[in-house]
Design a protein. Sequence first.
Length: 246
Amino acid sequence: MEERLQKILANAGVASRRKCEELIAAGKVTVNGEVVKALGVKADPVKDAIAVNGKKIKSESKLYLLFNKPKGVITSMHDEKGRTVVTDFLKGVKERVYPVGRLDYDTEGLLLLTNDGELANLLTHPRHHVAKTYLATVERVPHGDALDKLQKGIKLEDGMTAPAEIEYHDVDPESNQATISITIREGRNRQVRRMFEAIHHPVIRLKRVSFGGLTLDNLQRGKYRKLSEAEVQSLRDAAKKAERGG
Ligand code: URA
């Protein structure tokens, strides 16, 4: 993907974006052997050979991680109050990866992180929203009629929800709780919790088990793994399919 040269240089750790602009203007930067002095020129950090003072820069390679977020962790890079954030679990990762969308503090499960801004945008853009499946453990056992409402679309403060897929996953008469599998294609704030509140079955526990066809499998809580090329491609395909309304 093409980006402005100063951004590529700054991302590669050459200097601040401001300083990189100065380096470009001073004629110290070449793209494929040609000096580029104009600001605003774009290049592709993967395909183009970019050098500063004759030394080739190392552009950050793209990294895609699937993380099993524990509950009680903030989907953020830093927290001013010092609470645990997702990046606390990625100590061995040198690349600056960012969460793709977010999970609530109390929600656990599958969270993707990447430094590929293009794919992250594709996956979270309202037009492309891919399927996400959650297991929601709720108070009492919802009636089929109540679940039908969720399936068809229910009115929330911010409008009707799109149709969802719902299934009973587990019913526990002893604790009077049910675990429901719900697949949605939107990403509104606290959407699943609000959907179950709307049918008067508050969520006790929420776990995301699938995102764009990828699943947690046996990944332990608090652990992450790298996605394979095939998995990254399947995410791109899922985003394109979602755009077409599939
Ligand atoms: N819906 C919610 O209510 N919370 C999440 O974290 C994700 C989806």
